[in-house]
Design a protein around this ligand. Sequence first.
Ligand code: 13P
Length: 298
Amino acid sequence: MGKLLRHAQENKYAVGYFESWNLESLLAVKDAAEQAGSPAIIGFNGGFLGNSKRKVAESIRIYGALGRAVAENARVPMSLILNEATEVSLLMEALEAGFKVIMHDNEGGGLSESIRINTAIVRAAHGVGAEVEAEIGELPTAEIGGALASPGEKTDPDEAARFVRETGVDALAVAIGNVHVLEGRKSRLDFDLLAELRQKVTAPLVLHGGTGIDEAELRKAIHAGICKINVGTVLRRKFINSLKGYYQTHDVDLLDPGAVTSVGGDVDMLVGARAEIAAEIVRLMRVFGSERQAASIG
Ligand code: 13P
């Protein structure tokens, strides 16, 4: 990831992290990246995969193997992240499973605890040639309908600078007015704060909550030094809406189950869903400026 982010910083664009949750959504990122000639960061959410409410516990090793295979077979450069896991043990397992970047979700823990945890994580990750992203401050999370479920806390530039110095993390996610899972309206970014962060923090800066930020603000944020942007909710929404549309236009009782789920042809519901996710990612890659950058990454 470090190499991708350095290239992005030098060439004034951002690499997208397009979060996946199953095979179709993972392959959609590869489809899009290859079509756009763009680098990409692929991966899964540790908070979801490790969620205690899951009916079936998921093996992080299987997701790691899937992600690794996709990254290794892609025609463009990719890195693989396990994003926002609350359990440190899951992050350690992710390193063994081949994830190249890990990120801990400190869930409201204080600065000194975060420094302690991330110092240990950085040591473990760097020991196996992997990297660490962390967050200082806390993004508000939106509910369906756009109201905020949590107020969040903007990143303090001095705390952020100290955190990066003491932990050695490879990338820092910042809270500058961006909101997680925001649909139907847009967040307002604090560009004065971003400028101060860029000046004081040595690590590459990351913007989470890509779904809820409008195109003009995304471009402005990249210009101001953001070089990685996380996107999740809009891709999940495209997937859901594609399946919803499919059921409205197809009578599945009259169709061969193999054709609906497995053959990959015109009436396969997953083909349409994968294509809709990929189309949104290609659109975002243009906004991020990462289109056609893959060829010039050494
Ligand atoms: P959205 O789901 O709001 O796009 O945010 C994704 C994200 O930040 C994952 O870390």
